[in-house]
Ligand binder design. Structure first.
Ligand code: NAG
Ligand code: NAG
Ligand code: NAG
Ligand code: NAG
Length: 302
């Protein structure tokens, strides 16, 4: 199994495990309290996330989200000066992006797109701040998830064919290509040879459709790697960026992978085998504290 996927699962699982500790924050306000918020209903978080961008249209982009990020930056012990400058510059551009007179919903999408772009361009800095509590709302990485779930319902309309066998996704892909003939013909081929059939297949469930679209797109980008970042920044009318669309199809794909790695007998399924192997490595690692080791062992047993 891909080790990144394993780590992502482990992190998710650990968050759900009440004994987990947040080693970045300190003492009493870590552990149980942050775990409590993880258990909050998704709806509550979703509603509350509106306040993060509240007023950004009237205050040059200033809002709870940008204030929260400033605070995250100031409190980030592991960030060096360079990292902090990158975060400062990003906050400045984020403010410009969300100071537009559009609905809260659209500003949330813009903010989430900006976070994902920052993550793509500065993966190591993002890692230092992704689990920080932003403006007492919750983790930065959770913000993009919440926005993603809101957008998921819209994805269906993007991939539904009209009478002319066209759909907004195809338009968006064509729009991404600009004037490049090479890109246009590659995208034409992608649509004609793969996407048209997937989007037109009425027997596919929403999940299967998205999984197939993800597979087609990821293959496309593995061949045309150098196009990915410009395509990703492209805005799909009434939706968000192409990257956000891609991420949603990827989430559908990842969910199907979770089923695969949990298949079979508990002791023998991919997840547990991988976990056990990692646990051996972790136990042998002198730089990892005893309490982390025991938490992970307990979690494995459970
Ligand atoms: C933990 O927080 C308290 C008060 O907020 C502070 O006085 C203390 O220095 C912190 N300890 C560590 C290890 O950061
Ligand atoms: C974020 O901070 C708020 C307020 O201190 C707290 O209620 C919440 O549990 C925290 N959430 C996370 C994920 O740490
Ligand atoms: C599909 O291919 C035909 C020619 O083979 C082309 O004329 C048409 O524009 C293509 N359709 C799409 C949606 O790209
Ligand atoms: C593609 O670009 C055209 C022209 O700018 C625009 O009207 C259309 O909404 C775009 N389509 C999508 C799906 O973003």
């Amino acid at each position: 199994m891909e080790s990144k996927l394993f780590i992502a699962l482990l992190v998710a699982a650990l968050l759900a495990f009440s004994a987990a500790k947040d080693d970045d924050s300190n003492g009493s306000d870590s552990g149980s309290e942050s775990m409590g918020s993880w258990g909050d209903s998704f709806e509550e978080k979703e509603e509350d996330c509106d306040r993060l961008v509240d007023g950004s249209d009237d205050n040059n982009g200033d809002c709870d989200l940008t204030d929260g990020l400033e605070e995250v930056k100031d409190k980030c012990d592991k960030c060096d000066e360079d990292d902090k400058i990158k975060i400062t510059n990003w906050i400045a551009s984020l403010k410009i992006e969300i100071s537009v007179k559009v609905t809260v919903e659209e500003r949330l999408i813009l903010a989430s797109a900006s976070i994902m772009k920052f993550q793509m361009e500065n993966p190591t800095v993002y890692e230092l701040i992704q689990f920080k509590n932003v403006s007492s709302w919750g983790m930065l990485s959770y913000f993009t998830k919440v926005v993603e779930v809101r957008q998921t319902t819209k994805v269906e309309s993007l991939v539904t064919l009209d009478d002319e066998d066209n759909c907004p996704l195809f338009d968006a892909l064509m729009n991404c290509t600009g004037d490049s003939y090479e890109q246009q013909s590659a995208v034409n081929a992608l649509i004609n040879e793969t996407l048209l059939e997937i989007c037109g297949d009425m027997t596919l469930s929403v999940t299967k459709k998205n999984v197939k679209i993800f597979e087609a797109l990821s293959k496309f980008f593995s061949i045309n790697t150098e196009w990915q970042s410009s395509f990703f920044q492209f805005k799909i009318q009434g939706f968000g960026t192409f990257q956000q669309f891609y991420q949603i199809t990827k989430s559908f794909y990842q969910k199907t992978q979770v089923d695969v790695i949990l298949e079979g007998e508990v002791e023998e399924c991919g997840f547990m085998v991988s976990f056990k192997n990692q646990l051996q490595l972790i136990k042998a690692d002198m730089t990892i504290s005893a309490s982390v080791k025991s938490t992970l062992s307990l979690f494995y047993d459970r």
